[in-house]
Design a binder for this molecule. Sequence first.
Ligand SMILES: [Zn+2]
Length: 171
Amino acid sequence: MAIREIVKYPHPILKKRCEEVDRIDDELRTLIRDMIETMYSANGVGLAACQVGVPRRIVVLDVSPMDPEKDLFVMINPEIIAEEGEIDHEEGCLSVPECTEKVKRKAKVCVKGLSPAGKEIEVTGEGILATALQHEMDHLDGILILDRISRLKRELYRNRLKKEKRKEETP
Ligand SMILES: [Zn+2]
């Protein structure tokens, strides 16, 4: 297992639609194990494969990272099959550092996909799990929280990022 580097905004891979997985092999299982380790080491509640630079449709989630593996699950080619209600939780993203914003999401979602063993699985999530599922699945379509907030907030974030970059570049 290995911790992989997390790709940060504005890296172009984060804007791409990720490819479906058509074969689950050892390489893919290694990627999944690395994603889990990377998520825990970064204290995240979820991670999509594109965030470690692999544009495939895979997400790992654990909404109780304090108790590793209790609520851990992996989904390959996830798809929302039912949804209801609306919520707006504060969200952060490992690929968009220092940005926490309220994002409107469905309050409850049912998602179907494949487990690493290739079995069809279904997960129904409410509250933070629903938010995390939708957030990670957004990554598979190249959507970031920055695309879900107002234009003004997005501009403010971009300007802040530019300023920080300039600071880093000035000796
Ligand atoms: Zn994210």
